[in-house]
Design a protein around this ligand. Structure first.
Ligand code: GLN
Length: 286
């Protein structure tokens, strides 16, 4: 049997033909994920039924998605979903696409707070809600608040909360601005931390993500600095601040925490071996 020709778009392709056409243009994984999305079928079906014909509407929809992927749009936006910590999160271009390295923040939060009853938790810059909702679902009876400055992002996070059955309080505001007088045992954040002139912002999938969720001043530290400076007013004694940051910012963030009076300051490496999360305990005024 000869491989279907991939250069010309076939007339009425079957699954194998459509995939061969797409694989000549985009990564094979992306070709499969997009086809599964169009056909709304489980992964095994593409393998078990390569001879299944696509109807005209599906083939048209698939070609459009492949072309958008060729133009650089992230797969997560094209299918409207990305997995994080084992759950599917709705995503739109109003929110950053959840990253696997952010799962480290979750693991650390669970390690520190997994055994505390009803911890009060704050997620700053929640975006899709990946951090806040995961903690609400993983921690026992946690009281979780999620803040974002973007109303569009909060709509996405709320839709995810409804979909996943997570109970979280949502607040629209800039970092701590709407949290006057409120204190938490854990404050977690994956704030913008890329330097504004970082060429990475103009490359690949990142171009399609909200710049306000990525860029933070000349050295990428503006928001991290702001959060560390304010956090002590919103942490209970012995509460923790856990911050995700860029690959070369761990020492700078440890310095910020030291200057602000935190103790037990530590950086943790992600799966790629890069120091990705730095945290500290607020000793309080005792
Ligand atoms: N890790 C992301 C990136 O480099 C940045 C996420 C962020 O700024 N919080 O694309």
């Amino acid at each position: 049997m000869s491989e279907p020709s991939a250069t010309v778009a076939p007339e009425k392709p079957d699954v194998a033909g459509a995939l061969a056409w797409a694989r000549a243009r985009i990564a094979v994984m992306d070709a499969r994920v997009l086809l599964r999305h169009v056909l709304q079928c489980p992964p095994a079906r593409l393998v078990s039924h390569p001879e299944q014909r696509l109807d005209d509407a599906d083939w048209q929809a698939y070609r459009e998605l492949v072309e958008r992927r060729v133009a650089g749009e992230p797969v997560a936006y094209l299918v409207g979903e990305r997995e994080f910590f084992g759950r599917g999160f709705l995503v739109t271009p109003a929110v950053l696409i959840p990253r696997p390295e952010t799962e480290l923040l979750i693991e650390l939060a669970l390690a520190h707070f997994g055994s505390r009853p009803r911890p009060r938790v704050l997620d700053l810059g929640t975006g899709s809600g990946a951090i806040a909702l995961t903690l609400a679902l993983e921690l026992d009876a946690a009281d979780v608040t999620a803040v974002d400055a973007s109303r569009e992002a909060l709509w996405v996070a709320m839709a995810n909360a409804a979909r996943l059955g997570a109970s979280v309080s949502f607040v629209q505001g800039n970092w701590f601005d709407e949290l006057e007088g409120e204190r938490f045992q854990l404050i977690a954040a994956n704030p913008p931390y890329v330097a504004a002139d970082d060429p990475h912002l103009a490359e690949g999938d990142v171009r399609f993500e909200p710049r306000g969720a990525l860029a933070a001043g000349p050295d990428g530290l503006d928001d991290l600095q702001h959060i560390v400076a304010e956090a002590s007013h919103h942490l209970e004694d012995d509460g923790w601040l856990l911050l995700e940051h860029g690959h070369d910012q761990a020492a700078a963030v440890r310095g910020l925490l030291t200057d602000a009076g935190f103790s037990a300051i530590t950086s943790w490496a992600d799966l790629a071996g890069i120091e990705r999360v730095t945290g500290g305990r607020w000793p309080g005024r005792h």
